[in-house]
Design a protein around this ligand. Structure first.
Ligand code: 5AD
Ligand code: SF4
Length: 460
C-alpha cells in the first residue's frame, strides 16, 4: 500500500483560470450511494475549490457537472444514466459545459465503454481513486480540447490531506479504511473499491481532533468493514483499540460507525461499546440472510446461530442496545425455506431498522453466474412479507419508547412547520416543536407519541 499526500496543483489551477478568464467557474457535484461516497463528494468539492472553482446547487449555473456514482445495485446505475442523459440538452445550449462521471460505476470497464460509445457529451470519466488527480485531469481535458476518459485501474493508495468541503457543520464522516477484501459473492464493492487499506491511527486521530475542536457533535467512522481495521498497519491496532484512542479525546461528541461485518465483530468491540460513553449504543450489523445455506453461498463466513450469539452477547453487555441490519431478498436460488429462515431471524432479533434489498445481479461477481430461477413477482412478494414482519416489530418497539425523555441531536427542520427533527442514539427520528436555531445542538426531548417508525415529542 502506498501513502500519498495531496499538494495544491498550481499548474492545473493556472490552466483552469485561463479557460475561465472572466469569472471563477462553478461546479455542481452530486454523490449517489453510501456515506463513503458522500464523503468522497465532499473531498471532490474541496479539491475543486482548491483550484479555483466555486460551488453551486443549480445545474443551469454550472460550468462543471460531476456525478459521483454508486454501483452496488442496478437501480443506482440506471438513475445515473437517467441523470446523465438529461444533461444532453444543457450541453447543447452550453457547449463549454464539462460533464463528468466518477466513482464506483466509472471503476467498471463496461460502464466506461458505454459512456464512451453512447454518451459522447460526457467529457471526463475517472474511478474511485482519482480525487487527488482531478485538477490534473481537468487541465488535461482543457489542453486536449476533447474528452478525457480514464481506463479503470487499481491504485491501492491512501491519500491524506485532501481538502474537504463538508456538507454539515455538526455531523461529519471520517473514513478509517478503504476497500474491501471480503468478496461476498453478490457484491461489486471489492472489485470497484479495491483491496482493504487502513489509514494510520495518527492521521485518523488528527482529523478527529480537528472535528471535535471545530464543534462537530457526531462523527461517523466509515469503512466497508470497520471490524477489520488495522490489518496491514505496522503497529498492531484493531478497531476496538482505535475507538478507545478516539474516545480519549475530550469533548462533547458522539461516535457512530459503519459498516460492521458480523464475522469480524469481536467481543472486545462489544465490551468497548459498553464501556465508552461517547459511542452510540446502536449497532448496524448486516446479516443479509437467516439461512445458513445461503450465508455460505454468499460467502459471509458466519452462521445464523453465530450471529444470534453476537446479538445476545451485546444485549447482555450493553443495556438498551439496538440493532439495524441489511437483508438481501431473492439471492440466486433462495427457496421458500431459506426465506422463512430469514423471517425467523428478523423476528427473533428485533431490529430497530431494516434496510432491505431485492438481489441485483452485478456483472463480474460470482453470484452473477448462479442459477436464479425465482420469478421477480415471487421476490417482490417475499419482500412484502419481510417488511410486514419488520413493521410489526419496529412499530411496537418505537411505541414502547413513548414517555421517555431522551437526548437527541437536532438535525434539520421537521416536516410540520415550526418543528425540528432530532435523532436518538438508536438512530430513530423524533419531530418536536422548536426553533430552527436549535439545529446542530443537543436537546432533551420528551417522547409523547409514535407515528409508525417515527416519534413525536416536546422539548423537556
Ligand atoms: N444486490 C442487492 N443488494 C446488495 N447489497 C450489496 N450488493 C447487493 C446486490 N448485488 C446490499 C447489501 C449491503 C448493502 C450496502 O447493499 O445488503 O449490505
Ligand atoms: Fe455504492 Fe458500494 Fe461504491 Fe458505496 S462503495 S458508492 S455502496 S458501490
Amino acid at each position: 500500500m502506498e501513502k500519498l499526500t495531496y499538494t495544491h496543483d498550481a499548474a492545473a489551477a493556472a490552466v483552469i483560470a485561463s479557460v475561465y478568464p472572466d469569472a471563477p467557474p462553478m461546479a455542481y457535484v452530486h454523490s449517489f450511494g453510501c456515506q463513503q461516497n458522500v464523503n468522497d463528494g465532499e473531498k471532490i468539492r474541496g479539491v475543486l475549490q482548491d483550484v479555483g472553482f466555486g460551488l453551486t446547487d443549480t445545474l443551469e449555473q454550472a460550468d462543471l457537472i460531476l456525478f459521483n456514482t454508486c454501483a452496488v445495485r442496478e437501480h443506482a446505475e440506471q438513475r445515473v444514466f437517467g441523470n446523465v442523459g438529461a444533461l444532453k440538452q444543457l450541453k447543447e445550449k452550453n457547449p463549454k459545459l464539462v460533464i463528468g462521471v466518477c466513482g464506483c460505476m466509472a471503476q467498471q470497464p463496461h460502464i466506461v465503454e458505454k459512456l464512451r460509445r453512447s454518451y459522447p457529451y460526457v467529457d471526463l470519466v475517472f474511478g474511485v481513486d482519482g480525487i487527488d488527480r482531478l485538477p490534473a485531469m481537468l487541465a488535461e481535458r482543457f489542453r486536449r480540447g476533447k474528452r478525457y476518459l480514464e481506463e479503470p485501474r487499481a491504485r491501492n493508495a491512501v491519500v491524506e490531506d485532501l481538502p474537504i468541503r463538508r456538507d454539515s457543520g455538526f455531523r461529519a464522516w471520517l473514513p478509517i479504511m478503504y476497500g474491501c477484501d471480503n468478496f461476498c459473492t453478490y457484491c461489486i464493492v471489492p472489485y470497484v473499491r479495491g483491496r482493504e487499506r487502513s489509514r494510520e491511527p495518527a492521521d485518523i486521530l488528527a482529523e478527529f481532533r480537528g472535528l471535535v475542536a471545530a464543534g462537530y457533535k457526531e462523527i461517523t467512522l466509515l469503512g466497508q468493514n470497520v471490524n477489520s481495521y488495522g490489518k496491514g498497519l505496522a503497529a498492531p491496532i484493531d478497531f476496538a483499540d482505535l475507538l478507545n484512542l478516539l474516545c480519549a479525546v475530550p469533548g462533547d461528541y458522539q461516535i457512530r460507525f459503519m459498516t460492521s461485518h458480523p464475522k469480524d465483530a469481536s467481543r472486545k468491540l462489544i465490551d468497548t461499546i459498553a464501556a465508552q460513553a461517547h459511542l452510540c449504543k446502536h449497532i448496524h450489523l448486516p446479516v443479509q440472510s437467516g439461512s445458513d445455506r445461503l450465508l455460505k453461498q454468499m460467502n459471509r463466513r458466519y452462521t445464523a446461530a453465530q450471529y444470534r450469539e453476537l446479538i445476545d452477547y451485546a444485549r447482555a453487555k450493553i443495556p438498551g442496545v439496538t440493532f439495524s441490519s441489511d437483508i438481501i431478498v431473492g439471492f440466486p436460488g433462495e427457496t421458500e425455506e431459506d426465506f422463512q429462515a430469514t423471517l425467523d431471524l428478523v423476528e427473533s432479533v428485533g431490529y430497530m431498522q431494516l434496510f432491505t434489498f431485492i438481489y441485483s445481479k452485478r456483472e463480474g461477481t460470482p453470484a452473477a453466474k448462479m442459477d436464479d430461477p425465482t420469478p421477480r413477482a415471487e421476490k417482490t412478494a417475499r419482500m412484502e412479507r419481510l417488511l410486514a414482519v419488520q413493521e410489526k416489530y419496529s412499530h411496537a418497539a418505537v411505541a414502547a419508547l413513548v414517555g421517555q425523555t431522551v437526548r437527541v441531536l437536532v438535525e434539520a427542520a421537521g416536516r410540520t412547520p415550526g418543528t425540528v427533527n432530532g435523532r436518538l442514539d438508536n438512530n430513530l427520528v423524533v419531530e418536536f416543536p422548536a426553533d430552527e436555531s436549535l439545529i446542530g445542538q443537543w436537546a432533551q426531548v420528551k417522547l409523547t407519541a409514535a407515528r409508525a417508525a417515527m416519534l413525536v415529542g416536546t422539548l423537556a
